[in-house]
Design a protein around this ligand. Structure first.
Ligand SMILES: [Fe+2]
Length: 127
């Protein structure tokens, strides 16, 4: 992100998300997590979830600007996390999990070293 844009914007201490999912700002487009999972799953059957950072455009992974971690929850229950170093690791979290009918939505949180914490959630129907 170039000088004069949102670089260095102080977002620490709050959790950010897409204010209008139909019309993302540039900052939102590169920071809102994208959660890929089936729309429907069978209770107790394993399925794969992939979380990347950025809806439409991947977040950079450079020494001065990178994603430090991705966390995955179901409802308010922590499931897993992955930490990243810049340049070598592309921030992608893959997990295989099971749900039952009582579980809440999948929720992902990411942390950018410059732009703070961002979240997204995805509802998976359990049948
Ligand atoms: Fe960032």
């Amino acid at each position: 992100m170039g000088k004069g844009s949102d670089e260095g914007m102080e977002l620490g201490g709050q959790v950010n998300g897409a204010k209008d999912p139909g019309s993302l700002t540039e900052l939102e487009a590169t920071h809102v997590p994208a959660i890929r999972a089936p729309a429907r799953v069978a209770a107790g059957e394993p399925f794969e979830v992939v979380v990347t950072v950025g809806c439409g455009r991947l977040h950079p992974t450079e020494k001065g600007h990178f994603i430090q971690f991705i966390e995955l929850y179901v409802g308010d229950v922590f499931l897993t996390s992955m930490y990243f170093v810049p340049e070598r690791l592309v921030p992608v979290l893959k997990a295989t999990l099971t749900l039952d009918a009582a579980n809440g939505p999948l929720r992902a949180f990411i942390h950018c070293n410059l732009h703070g914490v961002w979240r997204a959630e995805k509802h998976v129907r359990v049948e």
